[in-house]
Design a protein around this ligand. Structure first.
Ligand SMILES: [Zn+2]
Length: 129
């Protein structure tokens, strides 16, 4: 029995965009969860999953409370793939683009860009022209 060998290391492809993306997203969030706006941001969530081609870009990522590995916080909440989380833009289907797809950002529908800014969206549920 090896001590401390209970967890297998997670193998992940190195993405050069990961660090710059996290930096922009954390600056945008000012350290607070981008869904509830109350608890500290602890982890970065992909709206469209990495396994479904979702990139490390600020428009595809949200800084959320919860560590993203368990059920805690908003990150734990949105990983339950409920229909309303897709409607709120917290999750994006594999065939769908996250770009210009509104997200319910601290109670306000917004469109995220890749520079760390957002604009209010009044077009919920519609494709941007
Ligand atoms: Zn939260």
């Amino acid at each position: 029995m090896k001590a401390g060998a209970s967890k297998k290391p997670v193998r992940r492809k190195y993405e050069p965009t990961e660090e710059p993306c996290k930096k922009i997203v954390k600056k945008r969030s000012e350290g607070k969860c981008e869904i509830c706006g109350i608890r500290p941001g602890q982890s970065v969530h992909h709206r469209r999953k990495q396994s479904q081609g979702g990139p490390w870009t600020p428009s595809n990522c949200l800084h959320l409370c919860g560590d993203g590995r368990g059920p805690d916080g908003c990150h734990g909440m949105v990983t339950n793939t409920r229909t309303q989380y897709y409607q709120y833009g917290f999750l994006v289907y594999s065939g769908e683009s996250w770009i210009n797809k509104p997200v319910l950002y601290r109670g306000e529908l917004v469109v995220l860009d890749d520079e760390g800014a957002w604009t209010p969206s009044l077009d919920f549920g519609q494709e941007a022209a």
